[in-house]
Write a protein that binds this ligand. Sequence first.
Ligand code: DGY
Length: 431
Amino acid sequence: MTTNANQVHALETAALIKKAQETLVANDLGGYTVPTHGLYPFQWNWDSAITALGWKHFDEPRAWQEIEVLFDGQWDNGMVPHILFHQDSTTYFPGPDIWGSDKRVKSTSISQPPVVATVMKDMLETADNKVLAVEKVKSLFSSLVDYHLWWYKERDPLKTGLVVSYHPWESGMDNSPAWDEALHDVPCVDWEYERRDLGHVNSAQRPHKSEYDRFLFLVDFFKKHKFDSEIIFNECPYKVNDVGIISILHRGSKDILALGETLGIEDARLNVIAQRIALTESAINTLWCPDAEYFYCRNVLTDTLCKVRTSAGMLTVFANLADEKQTDILNSKAKQWNEASKFCMASTHPEESRYEPQRYWRGPIWLHINWMIALGFEAEGFQETADKLRNDCRALVDLSGYYEYFNPETGEGCGGKDFSWTAAIALHWLL
Ligand code: DGY
């Protein structure tokens, strides 16, 4: 770049940093950050963890508070719910009454990908205020271990090595085509309801009613069974091994062990986590499809792989679950995938028949997913792939700002605007 081009780039970066910080401040409801006002007016689990990564760049105490408030909603059994309904709102459906929340902090009865451990490790390692960071990790550590043990004990009681998920919303990749077959087998609710998401976002970018009917059936099912883990494990009409959750959990568990070692924490439960890590490592290849040479999710109830290429499979590199040969193959695939649309990496491969570039999780780009995938490839020495992901994501925020997700063909921002995790990942990774 010439000196002039450098100056322009620096000015643009400064403006984007300011805007990203303003986005988080505007979405701050006092201790927790909403993903965006209106569409998502509560605290979401993985959104909050990712958002803390943004806060840490200009307010470390506030970043730690985000995590503390998240754990304040932890259930006695260790689960950290997917949504914490800290206060009422009329702009979202389904709220706490539909979920049948009976906890001190009202919440949903499912979780979300547990990226919080990896975030906490990053926050400790990069902290300016080390004293504060050590104090916070030490005080949250036991709850973090409880959370991971909840995943293993409740969602893999038979010790298969692969936890199950009970709801597409638990994956965070709510409307991914990977869930289509498994969700199709779930009955529809027989009551009328009014969706609120369509009042905020164009319906072409959101799930269909046929999917919501089933999402809600599952919510009713959990409530009907009073969140009884044994009954739900045995009878839930939707059970999926989500390679995204499995990878994020696995990476987080290794990060917990590393945190324990760094801080000299002795906790016998860490041995259980180590055993579960080994189990997952020996089971992950059951999700590898030799024909497609790709990691898929699995419908547990029919014991069939969900054969559609979504970016979830790439998270095995982030978790270091893919072996050397598989990582090499995935890197070649990532290169081809990245070239298949103008911007990369589409959440569903553009050559899949179910790819839709602007519908929720059926094609659009999510920055936090690409950040995790890039981290994985970078750690394995595939710098070119990591750089491509980063440069394209930067181009997206340059072009469209901090939207929830982006159309890979045009770069257009989709879903909610002024979105916390997009602003946070920009601060953390792109700027
Ligand atoms: C929604 O309501 O679409 C949320 O993403 C569920 O987590």
